[in-house]
Design a protein around this ligand. Structure first.
Ligand SMILES: [Zn+2]
Length: 183
């Protein structure tokens, strides 16, 4: 692109110099298209810059938006690990953590899949919207490790920490007392 107006010799597209037009006594402002061409080129450059700024803002918004990055799974009980008898239940509670270390609540937009190190020894209910679930003891286990895989709305998966469920074996009858009757 020409950096100089061929008509008025201006170097700035916004500045139109006065030029003498043959047949006219008074000089008039340059009407050369050189000025217009550069203006439209400048406008395109500004639009491209605005688009770039917009893209960066969208990127920043994505970074700042709280998203689940880790999660803690706990089987509710005073004693840890939790111990139950066959047929009894434990309540699993999940605490979600975002990229800044703050708690983030799970809702129906997350999918939670429970898993156990010994799957046959427990059964899981349908997880609630907040990710909590009921774990039912099915068979004796000295330590069944329970965790969950959470799928975020964006499809990324986060695995919770695990907690251990101990399931007591049914008590075997043992002699503790006896009566004697004369017949
Ligand atoms: Zn000019």
């Amino acid at each position: 692109m020409n950096e100089l107006c061929p008509n008025c010799y201006s170097r700035n597209r916004l500045t139109r110099n006065y030029v003498h037009v043959p047949g006219f006594r008074e000089p008039s402002l340059c009407t050369d298209h050189w000025h217009d061409e550069h203006e439209s080129e400048d406008t395109e450059r500004v639009i491209r810059a605005i688009h770039k700024v917009f893209e960066v803002l969208v990127e920043i918004r994505g970074i700042l938006k709280p998203r689940l990055t880790s999660a803690i799974l706990k089987l509710k009980d005073i004693e840890m690990p939790k111990t139950v008898n066959i047929g009894e239940t434990a309540q699993a509670v999940i605490t979600g953590i975002d990229q800044n270390g703050s708690p983030i609540a799970l809702d129906a937009t997350y999918t939670v899949a429970y898993q156990a190190s010994n799957p046959a020894d427990v059964s899981f209910g349908t997880p609630n919207a907040d990710g909590s679930n009921t774990v039912t003891a099915v068979a004796p286990d000295t330590g069944d490790v329970i965790s969950a895989i959470i799928t975020r709305p964006d499809g990324q998966q986060v695995t919770t920490t695990s907690d251990t469920l101990t399931i007591n074996a049914p008590a075997v009858p043992v002699l503790t007392s006896a009566t004697l009757v004369l017949q």
